[in-house]
Write a protein that binds this ligand. Structure first.
Ligand code: MG
Length: 242
């Protein structure tokens, strides 16, 4: 096992689970695509211009929430009031427009290697993302050709309660036809980790952004890796420890 990654105390349960992990549920932004820098800059710029306090770090800390939930957090914090659908639609469309000004997010280094390692282990791959932007969802099929089919992608269009609610991952389990014990999640966001753990699924965090490992471990991540490349390298050995 390579240096540079660590497991939390909660990861030591495990007797012969190697054969029980049938499905790996991947988050998308910050895991498969290196898209968080553009998301963070877009959210922070648009919200700040609207008068809402939001730093780039705030975006990373709130990653995974729906637009409604994100803006509700901000209006409560800044103005002590709730938001409404009209306001959410306005800010979210501005954010999507701003996002288009950034270069297309590249595939996360090491992501394809992780997918290959998982498939080589005989496990199925799924995506569970909060994103509902067609422009991003379409890129899954063009940038990971042959890896995913629509039925194996749970998007923000498939549920109403976004992360940190467990609903997205519970839908992911249902799609995969497995129990929580038979799955593993790969996440980069603290609230994504919280959602996956609330669904009862063991969770690998990859710290691909600007947060501290502690931000992910505090939400219950069972392991933290510094990159997808490091996870790819460790995958087969990690299976032995499950
Ligand atoms: Mg993410």
């Amino acid at each position: 096992m390579g240096e540079g990654w660590r497991g939390a105390a909660g990861s030591r349960d495990g007797v012969g689970l190697q054969l029980m992990i049938h499905s790996v549920l991947f988050d998308m932004d910050g895991v498969l695509f290196d898209s968080m820098p553009a998301h963070a800059a877009s959210w922070a710029k648009v919200c700040t211009e609207y008068g809402l306090k939001m730093s780039v770090r705030d975006v990373y800390l709130n990653e995974g929430r729906t637009a409604l939930s994100t803006i509700e957090v901000l209006t409560q914090r800044t103005w002590g009031r709730s938001t409404n659908q009209e306001e959410v639609d306005k800010i979210y469309s501005l954010k999507c427009e701003e996002f288009k000004n950034y270069p297309e997010a590249p595939v996360m280094p090491g992501a394809t290697a992780v997918l290959d390692a998982v498939l080589n282990t005989g496990q199925q791959i799924y995506i569970v993302t909060g994103s509902a932007q067609d422009s991003l969802l379409d890129r899954i099929y063009s940038h990971f050709p042959g890896y995913f089919v629509r039925e194996r992608v749970v998007s923000g269009k498939d549920y109403t309660l976004g992360k940190p609610n467990p609903e997205p991952y519970l839908i992911g389990l249902k799609r995969a036809g497995v129990t929580a014990d038979e799955a593993i999640v790969v996440e980069n966001a603290p609230l994504g980790v919280r959602a996956a753990k609330a669904a009862g699924i063991r969770t690998i965090a990859v710290n691909t952004g600007i947060l501290d490992d502690a931000d992910l471990l505090n939400e219950g991540a069972d392991w933290v890796f510094p990159s997808m490349a490091a996870l790819a390298e460790a995958w087969s050995e990690l299976q032995k420890t499950l």
